[in-house]
Ligand binder design. Structure first.
Ligand SMILES: C[S@@+](CC[C@H](N)C(=O)[O-])C[C@H]1O[C@@H](n2cnc3c(N)ncnc32)[C@H](O)[C@@H]1O
Ligand code: SF4
Length: 384
């Protein structure tokens, strides 16, 4: 496979270490230790995740109150400079009441002390519109967290993205909803594709030149606009040393509750069989070894969703449509809004605010939503 990008994965750690003389020797000596540390934190995350997912249902759910968060996201801002067709967050206006860098830093420090080197995603809105985003990425990395930065990559001035990349987070995920003009159409601004591509090139160049280790992940929402060409993103990822994660279209983010949204939404793929064929093609590519990060089960679960969105939308919103039995997301979800409000379920009110209490305390004191059976509507459809 050929590419316009340098393939950073073909550059070994040693060859990528910059600088001559003593610095280079020290860096070379450090490389095996760094690599061991990365392996052990990866292992920790796997065990942590598996243990907490298991706790939700083992022994008939007797231990589920002991679950700790697995899916942790910090929304640094709910403002955005894109104009996406599938998301209304960009319509938010006015000044935000952010807790500020120091409170966010304390939150990351507390998460690392409480949970160990777990994954934490910094997102938005567009996280990089928050000037302190790169400093927060660096802080999270310094506390040993597996920081993921989720961005749209639409920058004329790449300085903030560059600073964030130099902190060497665990993963930088960039939304990419198609190859070429289709991406600009979905994202609602001219030259979105060109600017995203320039950002990806920069990330690859920095990673190779500075001996950094971050994973570059593409994130593609499957919708009417790209359903016929979704596999192109997987091919692009394979050609460029990246991976891709696919997500099925949901009701526009930040839009009114409406469980029949798909009947009128221009983003919804009208023909379920075309959608099923597209997903089957992705499954085929994954089996061939293409770098598609979804599990086969996650991909397979998209087909019944495209055929019957009404039955499965609660599960898709909780990103759990592949699970055999639907389980309350408040057992493992922690989402902190741009004003510091903490959520554990997208359809329930906040459970606290990081300005007023420590994050582990907020988690321990949260209402026991899982005892209320509130979002189990899709469960029967998913059981064997
Ligand atoms: C809300 S955005 C925030 C991060 C950043 N602004 C970006 O677009 O990558 C997070 C992810 O949600 C996805 N998203 C937005 N609206 C969606 C929808 N209606 N259904 C599914 N995914 C959606 C975006 O494509 C993006 O990958
Ligand atoms: S998907 Fe991301 S880039 Fe698009 S409007 Fe929403 S927050 Fe902004």
């Amino acid at each position: 496979m050929t590419s316009a990008f340098a393939d950073a994965t073909s550059v070994t750690d040693a060859a990528a270490v910059p600088g001559p003389g003593a610095d280079r020797v020290a860096a070379l000596a450090r490389a095996p230790i760094d690599s061991l540390a990365r392996t052990s934190t990866r292992l920790y995350r796997r065990v942590y995740q598996a243990a907490n997912y298991r706790l939700r249902s083992v022994a008939g759910g007797r231990f589920r109150s002991a679950c700790r968060p697995v899916s942790i996201a910090l929304l640094l801002t709910e403002r955005c400079n894109a104009r996406c067709v599938h998301c209304n967050i960009w319509q938010n206006k006015g000044k935000e009441d952010s807790p500020g860098l120091e409170v966010w830093k304390t939150c990351l420090t507390d998460l690392a002390r409480w949970l160990g080197p777990v994954q934490v995603t910094l997102t938005g809105g567009e996280a990089l519109m928050q000037p302190f985003a790169p400093a927060l990425v660096a802080h999270g990395v310094s506390r040993g967290l597996a920081i993921e930065l989720l961005t749209h990559g639409y920058w004329s001035d790449p300085a903030r993205l560059e600073q964030a990349a130099l902190a060497d987070p665990w993963r930088i995920t960039m939304s990419l909803d198609g190859i070429g003009e289709i991406h600009s159409v979905v994202r609602g601004r001219p030259n979105f594709w060109e600017k995203s591509l320039a950002s990806l090139r920069m990330l690859q160049r920095l990673r190779a030149e500075r001996g950094l280790h971050y994973i570059i992940r593409l994130k593609t929402v499957l919708m009417s606009h790209n359903i016929g060409s979704a596999a192109e993103v997987a091919r692009f990822a394979a050609d460029n040393g990246m991976e891709v994660f696919y997500q099925p279209i949901d009701r526009n983010y930040n839009s009114e509750e409406d469980d029949r949204w798909f009947e009128t939404a221009p983003t919804w793929p009208r023909d379920p069989e075309i959608a099923a064929a597209a997903v089957n093609e992705l499954i085929r590519l994954k089996r061939q070894g293409y770098p598609i990060a979804n599990s086969i089960a996650q991909l397979e679960a998209m087909i019944p969703y495209f055929r019957n969105p009404m039955a499965l939308q609660a599960a898709v919103q909780g990103q759990a449509a592949h699970e055999r039995v639907q389980i309350c997301s408040a057992l493992t979800t922690l989402q902190i809004q741009a004003n510091g409000d903490v959520g554990a379920c997208h359809s329930k009110p906040p459970i606290g605010n990081i300005r007023n209490a420590g994050i582990s305390q907020i988690w321990a004191d949260r209402p026991r939503f899982w005892e209320q059976g509130c979002c189990q509507a899709g469960a029967a459809a998913l059981e064997d």
